[in-house]
Design a protein around this ligand. Structure first.
Ligand code: SAH
Length: 249
């Protein structure tokens, strides 16, 4: 890098759930100044190409490699945006970038920012009404990065604490049985009358919302574009909406 060049930076940005109107102005500004955009193919596809911007879509599921590649570019003076869907801190790239920084003091000194985005569960809750209006928790049902026993323990504890619950990555072709097990566990803990909302492709033209009881729920109601919200014991319907009252007990 010569003295004349601007120093590089890295922004880890959330693109929101899908609708362009739900991309924050801060993220749009970072993308407008970027020289390079890094991320998983479907997320990079949401960034408009323009002269001076190099897109680096990857199908590489090894997030750490992607994070290191982005840091290498920022270190040589590029202005790099790592994109995630939703919020970058929710089951996404921000943690991978910080993990890549461990033991790398040179990279730790870089200009690094995390730019928040609207995460899927908040967009889904807004579309359904206010099912997360009281205390809630959020669990990734993918067992790629943790054993199923951990997921099941967390499900049971969250249900017993009467949290509303939002579930990411509910179902994939490679693990069709996982979500069935989750539904069975939830029925045991919450009973079959508890409300469950399946929110698919929220804020896109393919959006689909379905609220049923746990007794009626089947695994096919979810896929990998679905976020699932299970209410607490007071969550109820009003008109076409679902909400959790502000007070409990
Ligand atoms: N960082 C993302 C989550 C990535 S994990 C965020 O904050 O939203 C991917 C999971 O997010 C999907 O399996 C699905 O459960 C959920 N998801 C992402 N976008 C969604 C959307 N538009 N509608 C419903 N669920 C979505």
């Amino acid at each position: 890098m010569t003295g004349k060049e601007e120093p590089g930076w890295l922004a880890i940005a959330g693109l929101g759930p899908g609708d362009d109107q739900l991309v924050t102005p801060e993220v749009s500004a970072a993308l407008a100044e970027a020289t390079d955009v890094v991320g998983y193919i479907p997320y990079v596809a949401r960034v408009a190409p323009r002269p001076g911007l190099t897109l680096h879509p990857s199908d590489n599921r090894v997030e750490l490699d992607r994070a290191r590649a982005a840091l290498e570019m920022a270190a040589i003076g590029k202005r790099v945006v790592v994109v995630s869907s939703g919020d970058p801190g929710v089951f996404a790239m921000a943690s991978a970038v910080f993990e890549a920084l461990e033991g790398r003091e040179d990279w730790q000194a870089l200009n690094i920012r995390v730019l928040p985005g609207i995460t899927a569960m908040l967009a889904a809750a807004a579309a359904a009404g206010a099912p997360l209006g009281h205390d809630f928790c959020c669990i990734n049902l993918s067992d790629n990065l943790k054993p199923w026993e951990v997921i099941e323990t967390r499900l049971r504890h969250a249900a017993r604490a009467d949290f509303a619950m939002a579930f990411y990555n509910p179902r994939s072709a490679s693990r069709p049985e996982g979500f069935l097990k989750a539904l069975t566990t939830l029925r045991e803990e919450c009973g079959s009358d508890r409300l469950i909302t399946f929110a698919r492709a929220v804020s896109t033209p393919e959006q689909r919302l379905l609220t049923v009881t746990l007794g009626e729920a089947t695994p096919e109601m979810a896929d990998m574009r679905t976020v699932v919200i299970v209410g607490n014991s007071a969550t109820r319907r009003v008109g076409r909406f679902v909400y959790s009252p502000r007070s409990a007990g």
